[in-house]
Design a protein around this ligand. Structure first.
Ligand SMILES: C[S@@+](CC[C@H](N)C(=O)[O-])C[C@H]1O[C@@H](n2cnc3c(N)ncnc32)[C@H](O)[C@@H]1O
Length: 190
């Protein structure tokens, strides 16, 4: 593992919490790379819920999953992650091992369709209630695009407000790179 990719670091941590048969959520499917990662880790007995508001993201993710042979264990939701609670069966509330948010725009597509602080904050608030004990939520925040800094500020404000009696919250960022480098925020349910 290399420290220069916040996403790689997040994957390494999720590898420790995931197991065959686990429940996971990809809150921003995009091109399906994180969805495939989660689907491979939970295996056929597990279940991954994937969210994205764009048809293109769904198409790309479906293709990636089919190619990797792990489409069966993924439920694709064409809709915003802010409505996550409606889509995750009650039986799974408090049982989700891994939740990934990879904010920003869909690489290779329309850069004006981005995650937004208002909806991201709602989704994050709901997401932590779904975590299992020891479960991990990761948020990769890109700040190079318009609106990125505002979203980082909103995510950080939310993260700082989380009760430390119930969750560990940490930040991972480059200390020797420009402030535009991506950042990672991690929430672990105690
Ligand atoms: C940086 S990309 C995700 C990359 C992806 N995880 C991958 O592995 O390729 C961010 C995605 O968030 C999606 N998005 C924007 N607003 C959303 C929302 N409210 N709910 C769910 N997805 C959203 C965008 O359509 C975009 O595909």
């Amino acid at each position: 593992m290399h420290l220069d990719s916040v996403l790689e670091f997040a994957h390494a941590l999720h590898c420790k919490t995931l197991f065959p048969g686990a429940i996971a959520i990809d809150a921003t499917m995009g091109n399906g790379n994180d969805t495939r990662f989660l689907a491979e880790k939970v295996g056929e007995r597990g279940c991954v819920f994937g969210f994205d508001i764009q048809q293109t993201a769904h198409r790309n993710t479906r293709r990636v999953l089919e190619k990797a042979g792990c489409r069966e264990q993924v439920r694709l939701v064409l809709g915003g992650h802010e409505a996550m609670l409606e889509h995750i069966p009650l039986a799974y509330h408090g049982k989700v091992q891994s939740i990934m948010f990879n904010l920003g725009y869909l690489p290779g597509s329309d850069k004006t369709v981005i995650t937004r602080p208002e909806t991201t904050s709602i989704a994050l608030e709901h997401a932590i209630t779904l975590l299992a004990e020891g479960g991990l939520l990761s948020i990769v925040v890109y700040i190079g695009h318009e609106g990125g800094v505002e979203e980082l500020n909103a995510v950080e404000a939310w993260a700082k407000s989380i009760d430390s009696n119930f969750y560990h919250v940490v930040g991972y960022r480059f200390l020797n790179k420009p402030h535009t480098a991506p950042q990672l925020i991690l929430v672990e349910r105690r």
